[in-house]
Design a protein around this ligand. Structure first.
Ligand code: AMP
Length: 277
């Protein structure tokens, strides 16, 4: 595994690659099994795989979240070393942002609702770094987690809108044994917090189980009232949407893919999750 740190490094490396397919897994590090499952899928489907680790400052709308974001680079490199990936790209902020510019991307309700509403400018930062990374890496396929469903949908919409050639591969969410979606931010939870956080998945699953007896609106009300029973959780949103348009769902018949999406604070850590219903 070769470690690339500068723009020149990656440009040189990319010029030397004559493989028919290059899989790319962009990450912000503090790697866990969820990230590694994306890497495994890329390894299975491509001749070469590259992972990037870069905590992108322009996508953080909250400076505390950025300052507290976990950095475990030595451990990350050791984990990646065990897999047979070709390269890891770990640039510095000044390398990626000689100027701290941010582009904007609009895709109707997708870039207006839920995470976009709660985290103003977040997805503009995501698209800014994704364009830079895609242009440098020039991957055939890019592996993104359904855990960040809105991010996945927005990047897919951007690739389509810009007629880019990258194939976006959605990958399923990996969970802890008790159901909490794996996330780099989970290390900021206490031991008890991690256990309590399984409530999020329990409520998502219970919503799915009640689908046939209730309307989407009734289930939203039910789920929000469940969270309200546990004051240690501060619910930001719980909504049932159409997974394609992200429009709120009034009737199950209006969508062939309903999705429950939620964001909740526990111990000051913002956790997001979703489940297809
Ligand atoms: P991050 O480092 O959080 O920016 O995530 C890098 C990639 O890993 C994104 O495409 C995420 O959606 C994906 N990812 C994060 N957590 C999980 C998980 N629990 N299961 C599957 N993919 C994940």
């Amino acid at each position: 595994m070769i470690v690339l740190q500068t723009i020149q490094d990656i440009l040189n490396w990319r010029n030397e690659q004559h493989k028919s397919s290059l899989g790319f897994v962009p990450t912000m590090g503090a790697l866990h099994q969820g990230h590694l499952s994306l890497v495994d899928q890329s390894l299975a489907e491509n001749e070469a795989t590259i992972v990037s680790i870069f905590v992108n400052p322009t996508q953080f709308n909250d400076v505390n979240d950025f300052n507290n974001y976990p950095h475990t680079i030595e451990k990350d490199l050791a984990l990646l070393e065990e897999l047979s990936i070709s390269a890891v790209f770990i640039p510095s902020v000044s390398e990626m942002y000689p100027e701290m510019e941010k582009e904007s991307f609009y895709a109707s309700i997708l870039t207006e609702t839920l995470e976009a509403k709660m985290r103003p400018g977040h997805f503009d930062g995501v698209i800014t770094i994704i364009r830079k990374l895609f242009d440098l890496v020039q991957p055939t396929k890019v592996y993104l987690g359904e855990k960040d469903f809105q991010q996945l949908s927005i990047i897919s919409a951007w690739v389509k809108k810009e007629n880019r050639s990258e194939v976006i591969v959605p990958c399923p969410t990996l969970r802890e044994p008790h159901g909490l979606a794996m996330s780099s931010r989970n290390v900021r939870l206490s031991e008890t917090g991690r256990k309590k956080a399984s409530l999020i998945y329990q409520i998502l699953k219970a919503t799915k189980e009640q689908k046939h007896h209730n309307s989407p609106a009734e289930l939203e009300v039910w789920a929000r009232s469940e969270f309200a029973l546990y004051p240690e959780f501060q619910l930001e949103y719980f909504e049932i949407i159409d997974a394609h348009s992200f429009a709120p769902l009034a009737d199950w018949a209006d969508s062939d893919q309903a999705l429950a999406v939620t964001a909740v604070f526990l111990e000051g850590v913002r956790l997001i999750d979703n489940l297809r219903l």
